[in-house]
Design a binder for this molecule. Structure first.
Ligand SMILES: Cc1cc2nc3c(=O)[nH]c(=O)nc-3n(C[C@H](O)[C@H](O)[C@H](O)COP(=O)(O)O)c2cc1C
Length: 449
């Protein structure tokens, strides 16, 4: 994608002081609010977003327009913009909020107008304390200029928006955990059904939960139109996306690209290849919850559908590149430590299963693994999947565990057989696709997501 087509990041990179509302307005900011509130009916905004094909950027890739159309026909309704961004390897929302906060506020105003909402929150991860302060300033500026508050731009539409800091728990990014947290409760996720936020959300009212990048994209759709937005990417994955490239790559960073790019091109053409020109061993394509891909699986495009066909997911767009020096058992041990720490503890399979997985992996990594541990690990995964209230058990738990073990089985077995940490040469470390399929262990069960 040529640089002139990058909108969100180009604005951030080329316009100094874009966080100041005056600068933002000078560059056309908030015109969509004038346009929508004065010239469009709420349902026209919903239609534009539906027609644009925009899919949520928070991880699940659910179509935004469809989510909005599922709102129960009750009022009041609320908006929660999800800025929890706790998924390891994901940093796009942080960068967007740091560099372009008014774009996100614009999207929140448009979303509220479209859905008959008069009160909204942006739930921000607690560690982002500077962003929380900056958002408070940005909201204050928007109130001063009449884009928030009572009778916005004289149109009769009222909207109040607030920041709400989280306290650093990963589970607060899960939409119903976020809602519980906003209500002041322990963030135990709610059962869906019946607690789909669009039906029964914040304060039991219909609620929209959308990701930060999704909100910014809503502003782009209203500004340029659904057809313009669809001009990027493919029918399955419209618009541009923010990819956070990190790990053992020469040029890590945040890149705004069309999803038509392949993973290989993202790593080698955009990211400059693997650090130190070492061999590539593994890639996690969408935040640590996304099943890992081997060097044979890099020719997949970053489209949501293509990623799913490849047995993984686009997720948050956080891409982790791992070179030949990585011990795959150790890498998975690291992920499982996170999952163990972050399990909220509400559901027994997750609360107990995450520490079991972590303990077994530590045992294997330290050379004390037993032959039966591989089966036991897969069995624990089986007993977590689909047996918990939310997807946490699967996302940073089962999906990485199962995909690492099944695909990099030779390296796990070498640890067990040689009773020590063994980093095999890349070619010997993983199973070829057909062999993984022969094992008959689905590494990723999208139906449960
Ligand atoms: C364990 C877990 C953690 C999540 N963390 C986040 C997060 O930090 N930010 C986010 O936007 N979505 C996160 N999600 C997804 C949200 O539940 C929800 O799908 C999303 O905010 C909806 O926004 P979207 O439709 O714009 O993608 C998480 C989901 C799960 C299961």
């Amino acid at each position: 994608m040529d640089a002139s087509r990058c909108i969100l990041t180009r604005e951030m990179e080329t316009i100094p002081n874009l966080t100041d509302i005056d600068i933002y307005i000078q560059h056309g900011g908030y015109q969509t609010v004038e346009k929508a509130l004065k010239m469009m009916k709420p349902e026209e905004v919903v239609k534009a977003v539906t027609d644009s094909g925009l899919k949520g950027r928070g991880g699940a890739g659910f179509p935004t327009g469809r989510k909005w159309s599922l709102l129960a026909n009750r009022f009041p309704r609320y908006l929660c913009c999800n800025a929890d961004e706790s998924e390891p390897a994901s940093f796009k929302d942080r960068k967007l909020l740091e560099g372009n906060p008014h774009r996100v506020i614009e999207g929140m105003i448009l979303t509220s107008y479209a859905n008959g909402i008069n009160l909204g929150y942006i739930y921000i991860r607690g560690e982002f304390f500077q962003i929380i302060e900056q958002m408070d300033r940005a909201f204050a500026q928007a109130y001063e200029r009449g884009y928030l508050g009572k009778n916005i731009l004289g149109t009769g539409f009222d909207l109040d928006l607030y920041t709400h800091p989280g306290a650093g728990a990963y589970i607060c990014g899960e939409e119903t955990g976020l809602i519980e947290s906003l209500e002041g409760n322990r963030p135990y996720p709610r059962l869906k059904p019946p607690y789909f936020p669009a039906a029964i959300g914040l304060w039991q009212a219909p609620t929209i939960v959308n990701n930060v990048e999704t909100m910014a994209d809503v502003a782009l759709v209203v500004e340029h139109g659904a057809d313009w937005f669809k001009g990027f990417g493919t029918e399955d994955s419209t618009g541009s996306r923010l990819f956070g490239l990190c790990g053992h790559v020469k040029k890590p960073g945040l890149y705004e690209l069309e999803s038509t790019i392949t993973l290989r091109s993202l790593i080698y053409d955009v990211g400059g290849g693997v650090r130190g020109d070492k061999k590539l061993k593994a890639v996690i394509p969408g935040g640590i919850s996304a099943p890992v891909l081997t060097p044979d699986e890099l020719d997949v495009t970053m489209e949501f559908g293509e990623m799913a066909k490849a047995g993984t997911m686009g997720g948050t767009g956080g891409v982790v590149v791992m070179d030949e020096t990585v011990c795959m058992v150790d890498a998975l041990l690291n992920i499982s430590m996170f999952a163990r720490h972050e399990s909220c503890g509400q559901c027994t399979p997750c609360r107990e299963g995450m520490p079991w997985i972590n303990d077994m992996l530590r045992r294997i990594e330290q050379g004390h693994g037993r032959q039966e541990d591989i089966d036991l690990l897969l069995d624990v995964c089986f007993n977590i999947e689909g047996r918990t209230v939310c997807v946490f058990g699967q996302a940073p738990g089962v999906w990485p565990t199962r995909s690492f073990i099944v695909k990099y089985l030779p390296e796990f077995q070498a640890h067990i057989e040689q009773h020590k940490c063994v980093v095999l040469p890349v070619e010997e470390s993983y199973l070829r696709k057909e062999n993984v399929e022969m094992l008959g262990v689905g590494v990723f069960r999208a139906k449960n997501s």
